[in-house]
Design a binder for this molecule. Sequence first.
Ligand SMILES: [Cu+2]
Length: 139
Amino acid sequence: MMRTLIAIALTSLAVACGGQTESLTVENASYRPPLVEGGVGVAYFSITSNTVDRITGVSSPQAKAVEIHESTSSGGMAGMDRLDGVDLPAGKTVTFGPGGLHLMVIAPEIASANATFPIQIALESGRVETISFAGAPSP
Ligand SMILES: [Cu+2]
């Protein structure tokens, strides 16, 4: 009798964990290339995960490196901090945009006009997503 109860408990746990499919929604992915070769570009997007996760790494096959930054201002001085990762709460949109979180793209290859720029986002859950960023004109 006890053994049956345990079996039932384990079964319902498996259903609770496996019943929801992980999904990741990325919107407004835009990329601003550097003005000069070897410079630094910036990428913005918004991302929503339906399960709790964390961005743990960013990279691009077309750049030397990609870093996660957050803009700061203290005592009237604008600056930015480099972050190791960004938490993604379940179902909440996290926005990378001007004045806040952003991706810095170090020494990207110079792409032709209107080409998309690929950036891979690695998540703590093991998921890896490649996002195509739409090129924006240089400022
Ligand atoms: Cu930055």
